[in-house]
Design a protein. Structure first.
Length: 452
């Protein structure tokens, strides 16, 4: 038998723990003291089980026969869980162990820390590591959406050399996932170079695009590169309705053609659908399309202000009454559930800001959230990723607690409220000051979902 890491599996070590995660099956394991068992194939090599046993035995200074049973069982279980590929002597992929009658028992060591898999975020939070990096490759965009929070579309492009250095530093810090966005990221003349470099560093990546610049050649490239998924905004199944939001005639046609082409090429697509007055009744058809094509749809009624504190883009948003109607019509999509009692205490963290992600814009400026360009954390031209990640500014944001937000900490609607420093900052220029609309939305959530 031969084993190798599955091409969709990512492996990260932190202290005595090891994270295994498959971006296609979403299988996740956190193992303890597994580094020695996984080292033989960690660099992507395909090796026979005898060779693997010998390497593990050498690391532990033990005779091969003493570790053989544990190593074989360990590798067989990981293959069954989709983390590894397992090949027979005929060099064919073997059936998964769950399909075999003679499946070996689960390994005794290295052992999983819990019986159930941990989510990826738990591993990163426990070790204070950066999980994701959102990079705006450019400010330039092919659309001018009426609700967009970006205020400046000047064609700035992140220098490739600077971006590559940031990606290296992110990977060295233990990072996992890079989100390439914009503007329209595919407008960057070296977009493909960024993708290829991220893959060379064993980084997972997501593409966030409107797909109006995604031609047949780009589809073929993405089919080869295999992002975790391509995230695309689709506002309606009605072309005129969609184009009214993008303000670009023909944009729906280009986006839809690319969505279908990516699907046919085997690229995972995720649909983001902000709901506003212009597409108030679009959800049923969008949901039907997503279901037919086995795509995940993420609707959102929350339109927040521009990064320059201009809230004129919110005139297109649903009213509170209209939002309530949408939530009533589609409760399973918008009922995020009541926050736990622990999350609502004055000493609890207000949100996930600074917990496991950071953002970089096309000028090389680091900022805390993808919608909050006004809070500067550092400059990639002058500072390393690690310096910004461990810097005082981000540490201060991580220290934010419910008690820092005045009456929010004791509000009866707090368990149904998405207190968001970024949205506060965009809309009021003060991260601690919220708008009345936020309070109204929380009150509606409480009324609708308090019994769930």
């Amino acid at each position: 038998m031969k084993f190798e890491l599955n091409e969709h599996t990512f492996l990260r070590h932190a202290e005595e723990e090891t994270l295994l995660w498959n971006k296609r099956t979403y299988a996740c394991r956190i193992l303890k003291d597994a580094q020695g068992f996984l080292k033989p194939i960690e660099q992507g090599e395909t090796k026979e089980i005898g060779e693997i046993i010998a390497e593990v035995a050498k690391q532990y200074a033990l005779p091969p026969q003493e570790v053989a049973e544990d190593v074989q069982a360990f590798y067989a279980e990981l293959a069954a869980a989709t983390f590894l590929n397992c090949y027979s002597v005929r060099n064919e992929v073997s059936p998964t162990m769950t399909e075999q009658n003679d499946a070996p028992p689960a390994p005794a060591e290295p052992a999983e820390k819990e019986e159930q898999p941990f989510p990826v975020g738990t591993f990163y939070e426990r070790h204070a590591l950066p999980y994701s990096l959102h990079i705006d490759l450019t400010n330039a965009c092919t659309e001018r959406c009426i609700h967009c929070y970006i205020a400046d579309y000047r064609p700035r492009f992140l220098p490739l050399e600077l971006g590559q250095r940031v990606l290296r530093e992110f990977r060295e810090a233990g990072g996992m996932t890079v989100m390439f966005s914009g503007g329209e990221c595919m407008l960057h003349p070296q977009f493909r170079d960024f993708i290829c470099y991220a893959k060379s560093l064993n980084l997972n990546f997501i593409v966030m695009s409107n797909l109006t610049h995604c031609d047949a050649e780009m589809v073929a490239f993405l089919a080869e590169a295999q992002p975790q998924f391509v995230n695309v905004s689709l506002y309606s199944m009605n072309a005129e309705e969609h184009d009214k939001i993008t303000t670009i005639p023909g944009s729906w046609q280009k986006t839809m053609q690319a969505i279908l082409a990516l699907e046919e090429a085997g690229v995972a697509v995720r649909l983001a659908s902000p709901i506003m007055q212009a597409n108030r009744h679009a959800l049923p058809e969008l949901l039907a399309f997503a279901k037919t094509h086995h795509m995940h749809l993420i609707p959102d009624c929350d339109i927040f202000g521009q990064v320059d504190h201009d809230c004129s883009n919110q005139t297109c948003a649903l009213s509170i009454a209209e939002t309530e109607c949408v939530w009533i019509e589609h409760p399973s999509l918008f009922n995020t559930g009541k926050l736990s009692a622990e999350r609502c205490t004055p000493d609890a963290k207000v949100c996930d800001i600074g917990k496991s992600s950071m953002n970089l814009n096309a000028e090389g400026i680091y900022y805390p959230c993808d919608g909050c360009h006004g809070i500067v954390l550092g400059n990639a031209h002058e500072q390393s990723f690690a310096e910004v990640w461990h810097g005082e500014k981000l540490q201060a944001l991580r220290a934010l607690r419910n008690r820092d937000f005045g009456e929010c900490a004791h509000c009866e609607n707090r368990p149904w409220c998405k207190v968001c420093p970024t949205r506060n900052f965009n809309e009021t220029a003060d991260m601690f000051c919220h708008t009345p609309a936020r309070c109204q939305a929380a009150q509606i959530r409480r009324k609708l979902f308090s019994n769930n």
